[in-house]
Design a protein around this ligand. Sequence first.
Ligand code: ASP
Ligand code: MG
Length: 440
Amino acid sequence: MLVIKFGGTSVGTPERMMKVATLVSAIEGRKIVVLSAVSGTTNTLVEISNALMADEQDQASQLIDNLEKFYNNFSKNLFKTSTYHTLGEEIISRHFSLIRLLAAGKFDERSRREMLAQGELLSTEFFHAYLNERDVKSRMLPALHFMSIDEDNEPELEKISERLRPLIKSLEKYEILITQGYICRNHKNEIDNLKRGGSDYTASLIGAAVRADEIQIWTDIDGMHNNDPRIVKNTFPIAALTFDEASELAYFGAKILHPSTIVPAQKYSIPVRLKNTMDEAAPGTIISDSSEKGKIKAIAAKDQITAIKIKSSRMLLAYGFLRRIFEVFEKHHTSIDMISTSEVAVSVTIDDNRALHEISEELMKFGTIEIDHNQTIICIVGNKLADKEGVLKLIFNSLGTIPVRMVSFGGSKNNISLLIETPQKEKALNLLNEGLFEAK
Ligand code: ASP
Ligand code: MG
């Protein structure tokens, strides 16, 4: 069994949805196709919900009318026959009646979540109908029948698996099963979601739940790149990554994959393949257990980092000092990313500033505090990278005179992190790209 997920841009126009249908029909064997909402739809549903929350009914109605027009056009261009044009209209009218009903009632968080679910419900119904029109046999596998999260918003993988297996068995005759990404039910059995960008996560959860042979994530770029293609020249797609490398990259800003996606796949060693809908011949990236050792694979950067330095002569030869500092962060539910210590000072970084004020007030009890905003973590990733001879020399030679605020080496063998000022980021990433990947 394969799990194949297509993102919003891959189904973003009728032509692209047709292309996805062709792709899916060409892939052999049984598969579960996971679709995002048509691109832009979830954003519009968020806007509609925000308008309703702010009691701006007119604004909301206008947005709803425009979105409905968009789908009417979509339907006209997707379907070929009058029977299916009528079916398209019926799908649209059903979902937009519900959207207007939600908008007319008392609009709360629950209505918002139901509103947000309409995007994936629409895209999958359209796709299913379109396959039917083309005489390709497929069945719907409604995500709201099996995908669930617990009180802590964590997916219930075991329960998902228990519900999915018999469902899939009962649909044995069908090679193509279609389901919605992103949406689920919460512990109160209400409609909920896996947070923005969550369709990748859906695919990985399903892949793990049914122990799929492979999870494929189809987007509009040709795999995970070795560096940020938006600001770095001469980047290229990485052929293979380990799960650990991919998680580090996803967390540190490689936008192509939702950071939680790796977790369920890794748990059952199910390979995740990243592919490009616009260029299906491109090899993409395969994420699995195996990868070459000692090779620099990729560089990623994460902005909006704050560095906090706590300096205290009391730290000298004292024990328990770090624990007390960490407890402050724990108390304020703030996670620390990088840390570096000297005998009299410790620097840490955080990416969530919400409790910064309270945290610094408490830290002042230990010594003097210095806070630097607008920092960027640059993370260099590779399997057993730290064992590579001369790796630090290579990195620092490439960086030249760019000031480095913190370095983290040896925490794991797969990652070397540097903290720099954000205005230096573009230059640093380009220099590292030249020094680590282009120089021969
Ligand atoms: N449609 C949802 C979003 O835009 C989920 C996804 O596309 O992954 O966030
Ligand atoms: Mg997406």
